[in-house]
Design a binder for this molecule. Structure first.
Ligand code: CTP
Ligand code: MG
Length: 231
């Protein structure tokens, strides 16, 4: 069994619009609908959890009307990590996952994710944990107080995307261990998994088009991609 968790519970502070960016219109469709369209088109995914921002519940409901698939709403937390935690706890309690159930965690802020979903799902056939990534274009400097302290080789680094795939119970176990430890907040599940499991993380091919809408200008870039590519 494969379950998708679609994260749409953020505030979009850096995007800086009146409403969270997941509701921003891209060619007449809310950003969030792009991911829902991809997820509901994939046969291997049986159920979907949509993590929501409670203040905007009616906006999600309006969008969800379009879908006949099994999509459960779960209230998000104060951080992305807590939003994932809430979703995993809901799945454990309400969905009775099997021992080998896979979970795919995806940011709704990445509208063009179809190819990467396929790559990650294929990777999950052989692996317990799969993260998509792309090479870096820029050179990376390590700095402290604006003084360069190290220039690592760019070849050692990749840029990480979502969806990220995990055996459900393994990721749940890591999130339970991380819960309550307030010192570090993990910005993705791969890094939390690396910290709390003894497993390795397998990298599969990401996609440049699967970038994350973070600032307002990113929506213009997404518009451009939509007009010029088949995504
Ligand atoms: N997210 C979430 N719950 C949170 C924070 C983030 O579900 N408490 C989701 C966002 O909706 C987004 C994804 O996680 O789809 C990646 O987060 P990010 O790009 O940081 O979005 P926001 O947190 O909404 O934006 P910002 O950090 O600028 O406030
Ligand atoms: Mg955020």
């Amino acid at each position: 069994m494969m379950i998708a968790v679609l994260l749409a519970g953020g505030n979009g502070t850096r995007f800086g619009s009146g409403r969270p960016k997941q509701f921003s219109s891209l060619d007449g469709k809310a950003l969030l609908e792009y991911s829902l369209d991809v997820i509901t088109s994939i046969k291997a995914i049986e159920k979907t959890i949509l993590v929501i921002n409670k203040r905007f519940e009616s906006d999600y409901d309006r969008i969800l009307k379009k879908y006949t698939h099994e999509i459960h709403k779960v209230e998000g937390g104060d951080t992305r990590q807590l939003s994932v935690y809430n979703a995993l706890m809901f799945i454990e309690k309400e969905m009775k996952p099997l021992k080998d159930t896979d979970v795919l965690i995806h940011d709704s802020a990445r509208p063009f994710s179809k190819t990467v979903f396929e790559n990650v799902i294929n990777g999950m056939v052989f692996e317990n944990a799969v993260v998509p990534a792309i090479p870096l274009a820029d050179t990376i400097y390590k700095c402290e107080n604006n003084i360069v302290s190290d220039i690592p080789s760019r070849d050692q680094f990749v840029k990480v995307q979502t969806p990220q795939g995990f055996k459900f119970y393994k990721l749940l176990d890591c999130h339970k261990k991380a819960y309550g430890k307030k010192d570090v907040i993990y910005s993705d599940d791969g890094s939390l998994y690396l910290k709390y499991s003894n497993d390795s993380l397998k990298i599969v091919e990401g996609d440049q088009n699967n970038f994350k809408i973070t600032k307002a200008v990113d929506l213009d870039i997404a518009q451009y991609i939509l007009r010029n590519n088949q995504v």
